[in-house]
Design a protein around this ligand. Structure first.
Ligand code: AR6
Length: 191
């Protein structure tokens, strides 16, 4: 990947301050919930999943194993969300969700990506979370084009905020400022 990592910094704010967009490492965010872009096996992996398990410690994997055993022996379906402890992360919970693999856009990818955000937001609200931080689900190994993902995310979050009072704060954490810029441009907020 040829993306450059620039300094963490500017926060952009939308939807009456409920939505924040920032560049950084999600494992360093303080929020009630940190969302993990997992796979259906829930046993960890690369990318943000690996970073969350490494920073959070083994308690997260232990709970994932129990969830597989007790609730999802065949794996967590794409678009669905489950919560575990956040271990050593500065959060109360990690919500694991499984984004769609990009197959060209005709395999239900937008609906499934929207479902990742709406199912995790609904779960966070049930857990009493006031804040939730997201990585850019599916836009890494799973290959979802960043600009197309941005539109789905924006529509899903703005619809959710119109209809739900909690969580109060939603933070989109992009790993590079290039990724943040793609989001801002694709949603008509930047440039
Ligand atoms: N903080 C914030 N964002 C990050 C971080 C971090 N520490 N690390 C990576 N990203 P990916 P996916 C960004 O591949 O596409 C895993 O192996 C990254 O730059 O982590 O949903 C899972 O186990 C990209 O923008 O997730 C699955 O098998 C975004 O996070 C599979 O990858 C998502 O990239 C899921 O693929």
């Amino acid at each position: 990947m040829s993306r450059t990592r620039r300094a963490e910094g500017t926060d952009f704010s939308f939807l009456d301050g409920r939505l924040r967009v920032r560049t950084g490492d999600i494992t360093r965010q303080t929020a009630d919930v940190i969302v993990n872009a997992a796979n259906s096996g829930l046993m960890g992996g690369g990318g943000v999943d690996g970073a969350i398990h490494r920073a959070g410690g083994p308690a997260i994997l232990e709970e994932c194993r129990a969830i597989r055993r007790e609730r999802f022996p065949d794996g967590l379906p794409t678009g669905e969300s489950v919560e575990t402890t956040a271990g050593r992360l500065p959060a109360r919970y990690v919500i694991h969700t499984v984004g769609p693999v990009w197959h060209g856009g005709t395999a239900g990818e937008p609906r499934l990506l929207a479902s990742c955000y709406s199912s995790s937001l609904a779960l966070a609200a049930r857990l009493g979370a006031r804040s939730i931080a997201y990585p850019a689900i599916s836009t890494g190994v799973y290959g979802y084009p960043r600009d197309l993902a941005a539109r789905v995310v924006w529509e899903t979050l703005s619809g959710f905020c119109r209809e739900n009072a909690t969580p109060r704060m939603i933070i989109l954490v992009f790993y590079s400022s290039d990724d943040s810029e793609v989001f801002l441009l694709a949603t008509g907020s930047g440039g």
